[in-house]
Design a protein around this ligand. Structure first.
Ligand code: SF4
Length: 390
C-alpha cells in the first residue's frame, strides 16, 4: 500500500476514537476460539499473549470524550481519571468481548482497580502483573522469571493449550521487529520533527495498542515512507522532551498545542509498552529467562521503574535530552499521579544542576481548556529561543 500521510493518520485516528474497539472485535470474530486480553499501562510482556495466539489490547482509559457516569462511584475524587474511565468502559459493555485483563504494578490505583475488576467480572481472567523492585538476578530475577512462568500458565489455562518455547521465541522476534520500527519512527521524528508531528506519531503508536504487532509494524513502515516523501514547512520551534505521560494519556489536543505553541516534542514517555525493552531480546535459549533479563537489565529507567541507585535517578531523562539534542523538558503529569509527581522533584534537581530549562504542568485525559497550556509552552519556547533558558 502507498497511502499518503493524511490517509494513514486518518486511519489511525479512527482506531483512536473508536471506544468500542471495532478492530479488535473484528480480529476476534475472524476465527473461532480467538481471545483478546486487555492490558493497562505501563508494561506487560505482550510476547506471551502473542505466542498463545491472543491479541494484546492496550486499554488506556476513556480519553477526552467519554462521559464518566458510573465510574465515579468506584473511586474517591482525589485520584487520577484513568481508573474511573476504564471502569466506565467496562460497565457500559465496551469491553464485553475482552477475555481477560492485566493490571501492571505501576501504582496503588491500578492495583486496586485489579481488585475491583475481580469483583465486577468474576468470570474473566484477571491478573495483577507484578514487577521486581530489585534487579539482582538471584533476587528480582528469580522473582520475575517466576512471575512470567505463572502468567504463562494462566494464559495456557485460558487458551486450553500449552505455549511452547518455540512459539514464544517467534513472538519475541515479532516484537523485536515492532520495537525496531517504533524506534525508527522516534529517530525520524527527532531528526525531522516538522515531517513527523507528534500528534501523528502518537496516533500511529496508539494504533499499535489495538492492531496485531505485525500489522502495526507494516503501518509504521508505510508511514515512514510517506512522511519522508512529504514536504512540510520547518517551524522555528525549540526541541523538548515530554515526560510524565506514561500512564493516563494527555488529550490529543494537548500534544497538538505544545507543537503549535512552539515546542517540537523530540522524545517522550508515552505508550512505553512499545519501547520498554531497550535492546533486542535474544531469540535463542530460554525465552522466559530472556524476557526476564531484558526487563531487569535492558529496560527504560523512567519514573515507571524503580531506580535502586539514587545517583542514577534521572539519568535516563538526561540521556534522552542529550541523544535528542533537546533544549528543555516539559513535565506533564496526570493530576494526582503519584509515580509521575513524586519523581518530578528528583528529576528537576538534576536538570537544575545542569541548567536545563523545564516547565511543569498537569492534565486529565479530558482536560478541555488548552489556552493556558499554549500560553505556558509558548512562553517556554520563546524564552529558550531568546535567552537559552526559561
Ligand atoms: S495516572 Fe498515575 S496514579 Fe493514575 S493509575 Fe496511572 S500511574 Fe497510577
Amino acid at each position: 500500500m502507498n497511502r499518503p500521510v493524511k490517509e494513514i493518520v486518518a486511519y489511525c485516528q479512527g482506531i483512536f476514537e473508536d471506544l468500542h474497539f471495532t478492530r479488535a472485535r473484528e480480529w476476534k470474530a475472524a476465527r473461532p476460539g480467538r481471545k483478546v486480553i486487555g492490558y493497562m499501562p505501563v508494561y506487560v510482556p505482550r510476547e506471551i499473549l502473542h505466542a498463545a495466539g491472543m491479541l494484546p489490547l492496550g486499554i488506556l482509559g476513556g480519553g477526552a470524550d467519554l462521559e464518566v457516569i458510573h465510574g465515579d462511584a468506584y473511586y474517591q475524587s482525589y485520584i487520577c481519571r484513568i481508573p474511573r474511565s476504564t471502569v466506565e468502559l467496562a460497565v457500559t459493555g465496551r469491553l464485553d468481548f475482552v477475555d481477560g485483563m492485566l493490571f501492571p504494578s505501576i501504582c496503588d490505583v491500578i492495583r486496586n482497580l485489579s481488585g475491583i475488576w475481580q469483583l465486577l467480572f468474576k468470570d474473566k481472567y484477571v491478573r495483577y502483573f507484578d514487577a521486581p523492585q530489585n534487579f539482582r538476578d538471584e533476587v528480582g530475577g528469580v522473582f520475575y522469571s517466576n512471575e512470567l512462568r505463572e502468567f504463562k500458565e494462566g494464559i495456557e489455562k485460558l487458551s486450553g493449550r500449552e505455549i511452547t518455547d518455540a512459539e514464544i521465541r517467534r513472538s519475541i522476534a515479532v516484537y523485536n521487529e515492532n520495537r525496531l520500527w517504533v524506534n525508527k519512527v522516534y529517530d525520524f521524528r527527532a531528526a525531522f520533527p516538522w515531517k513527523a508531528p507528534s500528534a501523528e506519531v502518537y496516533l500511529l503508536m496508539r494504533a499499535g495498542m489495538v492492531l496485531p504487532a505485525e500489522e502495526h509494524t507494516a503501518l509504521m513502515r508505510e508511514y515512514l515512507d510517506a512522511a519522508e516523501a512529504e514536504n512540510r514547512p520547518m517551524r522555528d520551534n525549540c526541541r523538548v522532551v515530554l515526560t510524565g505521560v506514561f500512564c493516563e494519556q494527555p488529550p490529543l489536543n494537548l500534544i497538538k498545542s505544545l507543537e503549535i505553541s512552539g515546542c517540537y516534542i523530540v522524545d517522550d514517555d508515552l505508550l512505553l509498552v512499545s519501547r520498554w525493552l531497550l535492546s533486542e531480546v535474544p531469540t535463542d535459549g530460554d525465552p522466559i529467562e530472556n524476557l526476564s533479563q531484558a526487563f531487569l537489565h535492558h529496560s527504560a529507567q523512567t519514573a515507571a521503574k524503580y531506580e535502586a541507585d539514587p545517583a542514577q535517578k534521572g539519568s535516563y531523562l538526561i540521556d534522552a535530552i542529550r541523544r535528542r539534542n533537546a533544549d528543555g523538558v516539559i513535565f506533564a503529569a496526570p493530576s494526582f499521579c503519584d509515580p509521575a509527581l513524586l519523581d518530578q522533584p528528583m528529576m528537576v534537581s538534576r536538570l537544575e544542576a545542569l541548567k536545563i530549562p523545564y516547565i511543569t504542568m498537569q492534565y486529565a485525559e479530558n482536560s478541555g481548556q488548552m489556552q493556558p497550556i499554549r500560553e505556558q509552552s509558548g512562553t517556554f519556547a520563546d524564552s529558550i529561543k531568546l535567552w537559552g533558558a526559561a
